[in-house]
Design a protein around this ligand. Sequence first.
Ligand code: IMP
Ligand code: MG
Length: 187
Amino acid sequence: MRIRQDSYEITRTLISEEAVQQRVKELAREIQQQKQGCSRLIMVGVLKGAFVFLSDLVRHMQIPVSIDFIQTTSYGNRTQSSGEVQIIKDIMIPIEQEEVILIEDIIDSGRTIYRLKQLLKTRMPKSLEVCALLDKPDRRQVPLAVEYTGFTIPDHFVVGYGLDVDEQYRNLPYIAVAQPTTRKGEK
Ligand code: IMP
Ligand code: MG
């Protein structure tokens, strides 16, 4: 007999819609202050999770921005990273001598952003920074500088506001804790 963990349920709200919206507005202001006078800021969303965060963030920004997306292999239906990060969709905009910010939903082990920074650095951007809505520093496995962080959270698996488990719950306007519904199954 073994324990099967094949579905997830929302157990509680971790960050309300109002708190998320307030923080996103503040982050947009922080980035704008740092990037005053920048002729163009290229904001690269990490698919799929960052699509909601990025779209809300840019609507609070008045400096010239260009948007692009990059995608890595996802967790699939697991909540643990395999540790291997492969790029499955690259950006389209050339970034040599450009100011670039990677926009991520959540930083967990840090491997995804570490790998993406490694790749994008080879293209000689003028600057390359990271903005993450959520950070789980307790789980970090590689050293990483994160210039802009929305919320630092404890080690929970969270969903909503773009984040998923098994491609579900991305549409929630708030961040919630998801837990496996465990049930005993036959071997
Ligand atoms: P890392 O490479 O371990 O830092 O993992 C980053 C990626 O894993 C994020 O882009 C998310 O897609 C996913 N991820 C990590 N933690 C969570 C979580 O709590 N909920 C949903 N997705 C997560
Ligand atoms: Mg994901």
